[in-house]
Design a protein around this ligand. Structure first.
Ligand code: ADP
Ligand code: MG
Length: 424
């Protein structure tokens, strides 16, 4: 993909936007882009630089994403709505063409990485609650205030505001700037020979600084799962997070695509092509919340002997949630492909019903009471009828979201005791 129309090859120390941003290390990539940690010499802080592939359709997609990110930033001046902030954008000319670049606030690991790091065992309910609060805050903002549907919510597209191993990551702790601000005005254009000099200087410095950093970065998570010998603890990690990746976002009243969402997080009305709205994000949110609690995807459909992935997906949904109401089952433009006129699947006839609360207890070993409470929160979100699903705002008010954890109680009692002790 590193050819004409494709990714832009980046080397550590490469300058962008007239020298304002200096590439530090790769953070991740997607179908359309690579994302780099960069140092912003203007604000003396780190940013994430998303560099789009250069071909026309990718540039178009980037402009689309910029439109939605700008709208989200404009309505959230305090930056409290749990949506990644767009700081800047510009074009960068490289050997493979013109690349649109987005400068985003620098965030930490994705929830997918958090789940992996925790060896797919699922997170503590208190942590899940905190994550859910952020995601719901973001969705409530997008839906109610902006009229925007994210359309690709999933653990990969939700990033923590901190890294998993905070104390050990000098970049995150902010103690070690990789680069000082370059002398002179790197933004000021100037003759090309001056630019070259500055660039060379910057690159040399960046290399030195990065070398120093990698010596010290003893235990960055680095994408591997925690080894089975060392039990890694998530204690003390701030579970605040933000929604990212607006490449597939749309306005509720101006939709572009029929097929939206990543397979496992796709709502039934999208599969059946019955029309969709904000509630598709709520479905994906439900799937994500389940995955955080259990470490397993809620629905992982596969095509089988004589049936396709879509039909398997619908079967999995009905095995968990019960039979789809006939009206909904036969109401979509694609219904006839999967359902007969009674609302039974055409090719998958025998379903094994395993309801959510039992699944949580029997398979995932949640205590009965916790399973019951969580299932009561989740079940309405996984309603087949989209209009019956609660809104993000309603979810935020749900009792499960507002449980005072026993751990917090214990902490409070302890701190009260300490206060008493000090006073005494
Ligand atoms: P795509 O649209 O190509 O999927 P994303 O916006 O999802 O691109 O970004 C791809 C990956 O880059 C993410 O999964 C994440 O690992 C990393 N990333 C994206 N944005 C940031 C950010 N603001 N801070 C840190 N890492 C990021
Ligand atoms: Mg993505």
């Amino acid at each position: 993909s590193y050819r004409k129309g494709g990714y832009h090859a980046v080397r550590i120390g490469d300058p962008f936007s007239g020298g304002r941003y200096i590439a530090q290390r790769k953070l991740g990539w997607g179908q359309f882009s690579t994302v780099w940690l960069a140092y912003d010499t203007l604000s003396s802080s780190y940013v994430a630089l998303k560099i789009q592939k250069s071909a026309q359709q990718f540039a178009q997609a980037a402009l689309h994403e910029i439109e939605f990110l700008s709208a989200a930033a404009d309505g959230d001046l305090q930056n409290t709505k749990c949506v990644v902030r767009l700081i800047d954008h510009f074009k960068h000319a490289g050997p493979n063409g013109q690349h649109l670049c987005m400068v985003l606030e620098f965030l930490g690991d994705s929830l997918l990485r958090l789940i992996r790091y925790n060896r797919y065992k699922g997170l503590k309910l208190d942590n899940v609650r905190e994550i859910c609060r952020c995601v719901l805050t973001g969705l409530d903002y997008l839906h109610r205030e902006l009229g925007m549907i994210h359309s690709d919510l999933k653990p990969e597209n939700i990033l923590l505001c901190s890294t998993i191993d905070p104390g050990k990551d000098p970049v995150r702790s902010g103690l070690t700037p990789l680069l000082e601000k370059p002398e002179g005005n790197a933004n000021g254009g100037g003759g090309s020979s001056t630019m070259n000099l500055i660039e060379k200087k910057l690159k040399r410095r960046a290399k030195r600084a990065v070398a120093k950093i990698s010596e010290r970065r003893v235990s960055m998570v680095g994408g591997e799962e925690a080894s089975s010998k060392t039990e890694k603890s998530l204690d003390g990690i701030d579970m605040r997070c933000k929604v990212v990746d607006f490449g597939n976002a749309c306005w509720a009243d101006k939709q572009f695509a029929e097929e939206i969402q990543t397979r496992q997080y796709r709502a039934p009305e999208v599969i059946l092509k019955s029309g969709y709205s904000f509630s598709v994000d709520m479905w994906s949110f439900g799937c994500t919340a389940f995955e955080l609690v259990t470490g397993d995807m809620l629905f992982a459909p596969k095509e089988g002997n004589g049936y396709g992935e879509d039909e398997d997906h619908l079967a999995l949904m009905m095995e968990l949630l019960g039979k789809m109401p006939r009206k909904i089952a036969i109401g979509g433009a694609r219904s006839k492909d999967y359902f007969d006129r009674h609302g039974d699947l055409k090719r998958i006839r025998r379903l094994k019903y395993w309801p959510l609360d039992r699944l949580l207890v029997d398979k995932y070993k949640l205590p009965e009471a916790e399973a019951k409470e969580f299932a009561e929160f989740l079940s309405p979100i996984l309603e087949f009828a989209p209009e019956k699903r609660p809104t993000a705002q309603q979810c935020l008010e749900h009792p499960w979201m507002n449980v005072v954890s026993t751990q917090n109680n214990a902490d409070n009692v302890e701190s009260q005791m300490r206060n008493l002790h000090i006073k005494g």
